[in-house]
Design a binder for this molecule. Structure first.
Ligand code: 6PG
Length: 260
C-alpha cells in the first residue's frame, strides 16, 4: 500500500516555485549520494516555468552538480522540438540553456515523428536501455514532476482515454481533448515506479481539480486521472499555492504547510 500524499500549501506562486526548487535540489542530492546520476522526468505545461527560472537563478544554479542530472520527459505534444507548444522547447529555453545543460543529458520524446506510436515505442526502448530495465522491471526515475489540468489530467493522461488502462507499456501515444491533439505520455505504472513524484499546482482555476484529486469521494478514478498517481514505494508530494488548495478541507482550516 503506497504512503499517503504529503501536501504542502504555499502562500503564492513565487513561494511555490522556491519550495519546488529547494525540493528538487534536495532530491538531487539524495539521488547523487547513492547513484552517479539524478534522473528526472520533467512536466509539461506552463506551471513549471517558475520552478525552472528558480533553478536557473542565483539562489539555486550553483546548488546542484548539474552535469550529473539527466532530464527526461513525462509527456510531449506531437510537434517539432522548436515548436512553441513543445514541452522540450519550453524546458530548453527556461532550464537547459540557462544552466548550459549538455545535449547528452537530455532525452526528449520525438514529438516530430508523424507516427506517434513509433515515437512512443522509441522512447520506451530508450528508457529501458538507459535504466537497464528489461520487462518485467520498471525504470525508476528519481523524480517525476507533474502538473494538473483543470479536468484532472496529469502528464498526457486524459479522462476516459485508453492510456489510463495501460499496465504493461512505459510510454503510449494518446490524444488530448484540446490544444495539441496527438500526445506521447508515460503511463501511470511508469510514473508510479518513481522514487519521488511531485505535483506542482498553482492558481484558482485548478482548485476543483485539486479537490477531486485529493479529497473528493470519486468512484471512478478514470474521471480524474491524477488519482491514478500513487507511487508503489516512493514519495508523493503535492506542492500547491493557496489558491489551488482553496477547496481543500485543510486549507479551509488555515493549514499553510502540511507535511505528513
Ligand atoms: C502538458 C502537461 C500537462 C500539464 C497540465 C497543467 O503537456 O500540458 O504535461 O499535464 O502539466 O495541463 O498545465 P499548466 O501548467 O499549463 O496549467
Amino acid at each position: 500500500m503506497s504512503a499517503a500524499p504529503e501536501i504542502r500549501i504555499m502562500t503564492d506562486s513565487q513561494e511555490l516555485a522556491y519550495e519546488a526548487a529547494e525540493l528538487f535540489v534536495w532530491l538531487g542530492e539524495q539521488a547523487m549520494a547513492s547513484n552517479v546520476r539524478f534522473r528526472v522526468a520533467l512536466s509539461g505545461g506552463t506551471t513549471p516555468k517558475g520552478l525552472y527560472a528558480a533553478l536557473a537563478g542565483p539562489a539555486f544554479s550553483t546548488k546542484l552538480a548539474w552535469p550529473r542530472v539527466d532530464f527526461y520527459f513525462g509527456d510531449e505534444r506531437c510537434v517539432p522540438p522548436d515548436h512553441p507548444d513543445s514541452n522540450f522547447c519550453m524546458a530548453n529555453e527556461t532550464l537547459f540553456r540557462p544552466l548550459t545543460i549538455q545535449p547528452a543529458q537530455v532525452f526528449r520524446m520525438l514529438g516530430e515523428d508523424n507516427r506517434p506510436a513509433r515515437a512512443a515505442l522509441q522512447y520506451e526502448e530508450l528508457l529501458r536501455k538507459r535504466f537497464s530495465a528489461s520487462p518485467p522491471a520498471w525504470p525508476r526515475f528519481d523524480l517525476v514532476l507533474l502538473g494538473l489540468g483543470e479536468d484532472g489530467h496529469t502528464a498526457s493522461l486524459f479522462p476516459g482515454t485508453q492510456a489510463l488502462d495501460e499496465r504493461e507499456k512505459l510510454v503510449v501515444a494518446t490524444t488530448a481533448p484540446q490544444g495539441v491533439k496527438d500526445r506521447l505520455t508515460l503511463t501511470a505504472p511508469a510514473i508510479n515506479s518513481a522514487r519521488a513524484i511531485v505535483f506542482l499546482v498553482s492558481g484558482s482555476s485548478k482548485a476543483n481539480a485539486v479537490w477531486l484529486a485529493l479529497e473528493a469521494p470519486v468512484q471512478n478514478n478514470r474521471r480524474v486521472p491524477a488519482r491514478l498517481i500513487r507511487p508503489e514505494t516512493g514519495r508523493l508530494i503535492w506542492l500547491l499555492d493557496r489558491t489551488a488548495a482553496s477547496e481543500l478541507t485543510m486549507a479551509k482550516q488555515g493549514i499553510v504547510s502540511h507535511e505528513e
